[in-house]
Design a protein around this ligand. Structure first.
Ligand code: COA
Length: 558
């Protein structure tokens, strides 16, 4: 079938559905929901058999749904209607939630239901539930709905329900004097990544994100107790929570201590080294060891890696290499492994060009430390989505194991034609060939975990449930394998041979020469793209590589 996506943006859910439907032989084209007339034009050009709205912020125009079958992916159970569906479910602590695929009609989310899928809820950020459980349920429900539509013998049924209102800041309000930590965490989670919870810090209005539990610090409810790296700890009625990110009025989302430099007056409570803390607290880099395997987790918000985070992770990695282990697993975070350099801290810097330069050099230093590690085998274990430089940073490891369901975007050009670094010119071609590398960089399309393994870019795609259990078991087997010394020797030989042909420093210098032009050259595309990305500016057009129906030589396939 020809399926047209009408969507607010090509977010990770839309990317996943694009890959799943394309893999099943459907021809998918994408139009961003910019204006009714633009959507109508897309429908006229593409003549879709089916329209799918994976992520819309407003209603589909009647001119479209009245003339074409149009499926809406609603992040709620059948009968649930209206905006803020996940926000209400999280804040109300419902035990199960789901996704419904329904047909667009005049009343929002009230059309007949083509399919639905459910999942158990857990205490996590809205964005995490959306990228994981909601996305998996959406894939299941959309594939079923599309099959039913194609079969032509299914009659969708209406499900009675009631619409809830848009969740307002008054519904999200925090009362630090009365609310316990669990309540505060649930409220911030329900608003994270958007819109955050309106509050005040240092007598200044701001929105709060990225809340973590704290188990030992205590103080007068509402008071600010401490800081650690970029996070701030605040007392609740029965304990305390950490706030990792905030957005000041008119500003962008930033690490809390960046947004509020006055936080430096708070007492600093550092952790003792890199070892995983015994009780819950804010810890972005945490190390564990078992069975000859050292595991480094780095839970960086949104997978963005600032200069300081890269420097700290490099320090932690170098320290991990001094441990008596045989394998080091770089486990990233739950939601993201890495999305490359931190575009928000860059945007907020006095000189974004200088900060871009510092950040790319810091992430390259980390990649180089991994590439040149001769004492252990290194494994990147990707539980979360990974994009741009993060995809190549992972490839710097000897093996890359990726969870089934992870979305990858191993390219840079979407960010204002950025050339990219992280040794991608050394790491990518041997895996996929020169033409393959050129195609990946040029097409700028997302890739599923399975596709990444099929094309040879990554090494193994592991089942989603029990991913980390599987990783730990495989890493322990690797550490115990009798030929490990042989593998380490082969790795050192290969590195030396590669170095003799072309030193890592040469790859780095060539990539950075291009990046210098991106950062300091006369073409401001990267700076403009970064500004719009961090400001979350709405799209004003759909890129041609997504809107296939706008290709000049587009013809309806026979
Ligand atoms: N720096 C700062 N923030 C980043 C980031 C980065 N490198 N990558 C992603 N984010 C943030 C987004 O701003 C968004 O923030 P929000 O919490 O305010 O919504 C959040 O992470 C999720 O990103 P989003 O784009 O909504 O997720 P997605 O799953 O739809 O798309 C990517 C994933 C990786 C394709 C997309 O985020 C992207 O292109 N990121 C930039 C990658 C890049 O160019 N890095 C620099 C070169 S190394």
């Amino acid at each position: 079938m020809r399926i047209l996506f009408l969507t607010h943006s090509f977010n990770s859910l839309a990317q996943r559905l694009f890959c799943e439907l394309s893999a099943r032989g459907h021809l998918v084209s994408i139009e961003f929901d910019i204006a009714d007339a633009v959507s109508e034009e897309a429908v006229a050009l593409f003549k879709p058999d089916l329209i799918l709205a994976p992520f819309l912020k407003r209603a589909v125009p009647a001119s479209i749904w009245s003339a074409h079958p149009c499926f809406i992916v609603h992040p709620g159970v059948p009968g649930d209607r209206g905006p803020s569906a996940l926000d209400w479910a999280i804040q109300q602590g419902v035990p199960t939630w789901g996704v419904t695929v329904l047909q667009a009609e005049a009343e929002m989310d009230a059309g007949p239901v083509w399919a639905s899928a459910q999942f158990p809820m857990r205490a996590a950020r809205k964005a995490a539930i959306y990228r994981n459980e909601t996305t998996e349920a959406a894939v299941q429900a959309v594939l079923q709905a599309v099959d039913r539509f194609a079969a032509g013998n299914f009659t969708p049924e209406r499900v009675p329900g009631a619409a809830h209102a848009l969740m307002k800041q008054a519904d999200r309000a925090l009362d630090w004097a009365r609310m316990g930590s669990a309540d505060i965490l649930a409220r911030i989670h329900a608003a994270d990544g958007f819109p955050g919870v309106a509050d005040t810090l240092f007598d200044t209005p701001c929105h709060l994100f990225d809340a973590w539990p704290e188990s030992t610090l205590r103080g007068t409810p509402g008071s600010l107790l401490a800081r650690r790296e970029t996070a701030i700890c605040r007392a609740t009625a029965d304990g305390a929570v950490w706030i990792g990110h905030v957005k000041r009025a008119g500003g962008i989302k930033l690490p809390a201590t960046h947004a509020f430099p006055e936080a430096c007056a708070l007492p600093e409570v550092p952790l003792d080294g890199w070892w995983q803390a015994a009780a819950p607290t804010w810890q972005d880099i945490a190390y564990q060891e078992a069975g000859g395997v050292g595991t480094l987790r780095f839970e960086f918000y949104n997978g963005a890696m600032s200069t300081a985070q890269c420097l700290r992770l490099t320090e932690a990695f170098r320290w991990a290499t001094t441990r008596p282990t045989r394998v080091i697993v770089l486990a990233g975070g739950e939601d993201f492994w890495s999305n490359g350099i931190h575009l928000n801290t860059i945007e907020s810097a006095e000189s974004p060009a200088d900060e871009s330069w510092a950040n790319i050099n810091a992430i390259d230093d980390l990649a180089e430390a991994i590439l040149t590690c001769s004492s252990q085998l290194t494994v990147a274990a990707l539980h979360g989505n990974t994009g741009a430089g993060g995809c190549f940073l992972a490839r710097a490891c000897d093996a890359v194991w990726v969870r089934d369901g992870v979305m990858l975007n191993p390219h840079y050009k979407n960010m204002g034609n950025l050339f990219g670094s992280e040794f991608w010119t050394y790491l990518l071609p041997p895996r996929v060939g020169l033409d393959g590398a050129r195609a990946i960089m040029h097409h700028r399309l997302p890739m599923t975990a399975q596709e990444a393994v099929q094309c040879g870019f990554y090494d193994a795609c592991l089942p989603s449930p029990g991913f980390f259990v599987d990783v730990v078991r495989r890493a322990a087997e690797l550490a115990a394998s009798p030929d490990l010394d042989g593998r380490l020797a082969a790795k050192a030989e290969k590195r030396a041979a590669d170095e003799a042909i072309k030193p890592l420093a040469a790859y780095r210098a060539e990539e950075l020469a291009e990046m210098r032009r991106n950062f300091y050259g006369f073409d401001p595309s990267y700076h403009v793209a970064r500004y719009h990305f961090v400001a979350r500016s709405p799209h004003s057009w759909t890129p041609r590589h997504l809107a296939r129906h706008r290709d000049l030589d587009w013809k309806i396939p026979a």
